[in-house]
Design a protein around this ligand. Structure first.
Ligand SMILES: NCCC[C@H](NC(=O)CCC(=O)O)C(=O)O
Ligand SMILES: NC(=O)OP(=O)(O)O
Length: 312
């Protein structure tokens, strides 16, 4: 792969899952592949899991790694033709070109503005890095998607499903801040592209995801109806796509024990970080059906599989 931005970049999702599981079984089995090569991880936003798991994955493949917190660096300009006499000191044309001099794979995290829908949904920042970098680019969460998380979620579901296809529910959940739609968009995109789950998305009215991500999924606005008989409950908050970036005030959408009792003894999943007793009750996340730490663990193997496939 020359880029890893979405499910569309992956020729065979099952083959990538198999590679991740092979790395999980033998973490240093491909330790030679990154020898004398460099991965740069560029973060415009906070991270715990993505930062740690991508560094660990790169090192296990034999790569050296530099992680750079770009929020503390030179302000980068993304518009073409601007007179740069404001706060941005360096254009992405140079920034991406320069970083390409120092690494063999460039990984980038850049969240959406949640104010400029067009710029966000064109994924302008990630696309600019792809355009101006001369090395392969891996998304560590862009304005619209979080593909390393979604690959992880496929692996985790593959490891725990009993029936094929399992009934998987992506549910909107409350949150005190307005959050990106990326994790939910990407989860829907990957589940549908994978084709091995029966996906239902449930969210309050006004919080439907962008249609490009949900075509083929059942979308309902009643959480109890969606939860009935589910095998996996994947919780996530997202701000409104329709009324772009608006926050939703629906505290009754928290995932709790009473709602989980409607399911087929479902597993609980969340990408983390999660707000306890807002998104999910302590009782659910602390139960033996919670897969959140297994998901966090699988981030390493997902990243290892992806880094191992990147070619210039
Ligand atoms: N990387 C996974 C989730 C990242 C981000 N969550 C957050 O910003 C949560 C922040 C908070 O809880 O304040 C999101 O929803 O896309
Ligand atoms: N799930 C996830 O991407 O976590 P971080 O934001 O901490 O990297």
């Amino acid at each position: 792969m020359k880029q890893f931005l979405s499910a569309a970049d992956v020729p065979d999702i099952n083959a990538l899952i198999a590679k991740a599981r092979a790395h999980k079984a033998k973490p240093f089995g491909s330790n030679h592949s990154g020898q004398q090569k460099m991965v740069i991880n560029l973060f415009f936003n906070s991270s715990l899991r993505t930062r740690m798991s991508t560094e660990k994955a790169a090192r296990q493949l034999g790569y050296d790694v530099i992680t750079y917190d770009a929020s503390g660096g030179w302000g980068i300009e993304f518009e073409d033709g601007t007179v740069m006499n404001g706060n941005t000191a360096e254009h992405v044309r140079e920034a991406a070109g320069v970083l390409s001099q120092y690494c063999d794979i460039l990984c980038v995290r850049s969240f959406p503005s949640l104010t400029d829908k067009d710029a966000d949904y064109e994924d302008r920042i990630m696309k600019a890095f792809v355009k101006y970098a001369s090395v392969p680019v891996v998304s560590m969460e862009s304005a619209t998607r979080h593909p390393l998380q979604s690959l992880t979620d496929c692996i985790t579901i593959a490891e725990h499903r009993k029936a094929v296809p399992p009934r998987v529910v992506l549910t909107w959940a409350p949150h005190p801040r307005r959050l990106p739609q990326c994790v939910a968009n990407s989860f829907a995109e990957w589940m549908l592209a994978w084709g091995e789950v029966d996906l239902t998305i449930c969210n309050p009215e006004g919080f439907d995801l962008a249609p490009e991500f949900t075509k083929g999924a059942k979308v309902v606005h009643n959480q109890a109806e969606a939860f009935a008989g589910a095998d996996f409950i994947y919780a996530k908050n997202w701000s409104s796509f329709e009324d772009y970036g608006a926050i939703g005030d629906f505290p009754g959408w928290q995932v709790d024990e009473a709602k989980m009792a409607l399911t087929n003894n479902a597993y609980f999943m969340h990408c983390l970080p999660v707000r306890r007793n807002v998104v999910v009750s302590d009782g659910v996340i602390d139960s033996d059906r919670s897969l959140v730490l297994q998901q966090a663990n699988n981030r390493t193997w997902a990243a290892q599989a992806v880094l191992g496939e990147m070619r210039g």
